[in-house]
Design a protein around this ligand. Structure first.
Ligand code: URA
Length: 196
């Protein structure tokens, strides 16, 4: 399936592949730079995201934006943000495995178009689905794994940090590690670049 962004966003916007379509206000497709080096993937839209049609615009999103800004990242310029499921699970419950599986092809197509060098999973649900089904995020956050030439890392979900602010320094360390990896990417000359 080689769709353009426009085709992908418009077909995804009409998706009825799982029951979440019955209760959504908006499909929350994704936001950001469609050629970013780094993609952040959350769990699913909450109430504010469902109403506004954009990922991470509630309290957790405000914290995420602050952490991103501290490492020179910004949702509108140098990253792309999406979720495992694009429609809000009622009462913000975890998305069910069948809902995640139904939605995953949309995310796969987004990743295929962005072609990020690094993918950051925000929280347990995204980390289990994309990185490691048995991940223990409290122990394994901040570790980089290579998957098909893409670096992947899981960090604590900003909503979890709001519930447990003691974990903010640990999560911030993950963002610093990410910054370092991104800086290293840009130090390496691209094929065809001459160092003189
Ligand atoms: N939490 C998520 O995982 N994604 C959002 O878009 C908002 C809150």
């Amino acid at each position: 399936m080689n769709m353009t962004w426009e085709e992908l966003e418009s077909t995804c916007g009409q998706c009825r592949k799982c029951g979440l379509c019955e209760t959504r206000t908006n499909v929350v497709f994704g936001v950001g730079n469609r050629s970013a080096d780094v993609m952040f993937i959350g769990e699913g839209p909450g109430e504010n995201e469902d109403l506004q049609g954009e990922p991470f615009v509630g309290r957790a999103g405000q914290l995420l934006d602050k952490m991103l800004a501290a490492v020179d990242l910004d949702r509108h310029t140098n990253i792309y943000i999406a979720n495992i499921v694009k429609c809000r699970p009622p009462k913000n419950r975890d998305p069910e495995p069948g809902e995640q599986d139904a939605c995953l092809p949309w995310l796969r197509s987004q990743v295929a178009l962005v072609r990020p060098k690094i993918i950051v999973c925000l929280g347990r649900v995204a980390a289990m689905k994309l990185l490691k089904p048995d991940i223990k995020i409290t122990r394994e956050h901040g570790e980089f794994y290579e998957r098909n030439g893409v670096l992947m890392m899981a960090t604590l979900h900003p909503a979890a940090l709001l519930r447990n602010p003691n974990n903010k320094p640990a999560a911030f360390e993950d963002f610093l590690k990410l910054r370092k990896r991104l800086d290293e990417l840009h130090l390496a000359p691209a094929p065809g670049d001459f160092p003189f």
